[in-house]
Design a protein around this ligand. Structure first.
Ligand code: FPP
Ligand code: MG
Length: 321
């Protein structure tokens, strides 16, 4: 992954500077929570995707960084709100923004970050860019609402699940890619390829994330079973349940839907799902999406940017945390 790693290192200062410029434009009382979440780290995959998709089409504008920073700030806003909805205490190993700054302050800072990001994009004066990012925000909210409605339920289909993660995770990655191609003035087929790549990559990203949730803590560095605890029925769990004897399945369903499974039961199920290969089996779904993402790269101009985009698929597949 030499090309991707090189871009990750070389582009870091430019992305950080664009993010600081974006933070400086927020109202002072939002800057605390916004800075807290944005400076807590993160891989900055979204701004990097914007840069790579712009440059693969020959774009050299500095405002690719502005676009990338806008997507990252929007992503951070969704995380601030998500931690409130999930009642999460930690984000990226640090206290979640609402636990430090208060619930109201964090909700409103998320709103200011959302509006600030849209303003940054609209100031570039191209309505297609504003429409692209606004559509992504709308689908992200739609996907998050679908997830909340599906909590502690086992009657959703795999298609429902894919539609939900397409909204909550993949649309923002799609916008990150599409914005770069649009800013570069790519033709409609080029813009469509960027959108398809981002969407498929985003679906794969969430599928891998959901599989990693069953990995032992010594492999990921974080406790496992968070999704199960929160009542999220992800593919490894659904595959496991499909093979379970009816009486065990019924006992699980009762505990899961009522939220009454204790820590020992949750840990035992996680261990079983991992040991019996259901997380690995669910990864096949991610592989199909990664192959589709790689397919969207066909016909693009050769060079380090194209190589790095190809390596992004490997990065998503191989990440362990
Ligand atoms: C993380 O999922 C959450 C998201 C990717 C999307 C959250 C979206 C919203 C809260 C709605 C839209 C909000 C705005 C400001 C437009 P996760 O809970 O599965 O992942 P995690 O383990 O990282 O928390
Ligand atoms: Mg969450």
């Amino acid at each position: 992954m030499q090309h991707l790693r090189r871009f990750m290192i070389e582009e870091q200062p430019g992305i950080a500077a664009a993010l600081e410029a974006a933070l400086a434009k927020l109202p002072p009382n939002s800057a605390g929570p916004a800075g807290h979440v944005l400076r807590a780290g993160g891989k900055r995959l979204r701004p990097l995707l914007t840069l790579l998709w712009g440059r693969v089409h020959g774009c050299a504008h500095d405002d690719l960084h502005t676009l990338g920073a806008a997507v990252e700030m929007l992503h951070a806003a969704t995380l601030v709100h998500d931690d409130i909805l999930d009642r999460a205490e930690l984000r990226r190993g640090k206290p979640a923004a609402h636990t430090v700054f208060g619930l109201t302050e964090a909700v409103l800072a998320g709103d200011a970050m959302l509006a600030g990001a849209l303003l940054m994009v609209s100031r570039l004066g191209d309505a297609r860019l504003t429409a692209c990012i606004s559509e992504a925000v709308m689908h992200t909210a739609e996907g998050e609402a679908a997830e909340l409605a599906s909590l502690r339920r086992l009657d959703g289909s795999q298609d429902d699940y894919i539609a939900m993660i397409t909204g909550k995770t993949a649309w923002m990655l799609r916008a990150a890619c599409e914005l770069g191609a649009l800013r570069a003035g790519a033709d409609p087929a080029g813009v469509e390829a960027a959108a398809r790549f981002g969407l498929e990559l985003g679906i794969a990203f969430q599928l891998v994330d959901d599989c990693l949730d069953f990995s032992p803590p010594e492999e990921t560095g974080k406790p496992r079973g968070g999704d199960l605890r929160e009542g999220k029925a992800t593919p490894p769990l659904l595959l496991y349940l499909a093979d379970l004897a009816p009486e065990r399945e019924q006992a699980f369903a009762e505990g899961f839907t009522q939220g009454s499974l204790d820590e020992a039961a949750l840990e035992a199920i996680c261990a079983e799902i991992h040991a019996d290969g259901y997380a690995r089996k669910a990864r096949a779904l991610a592989e199909e999406r990664l192959a589709a993402a790689a397919g969207a790269l066909r016909g693009l101009p050769d060079g380090p940017e194209l190589a790095a985009l190809g390596e992004m698929c490997d990065y998503i597949r191989e990440r362990s945390a």
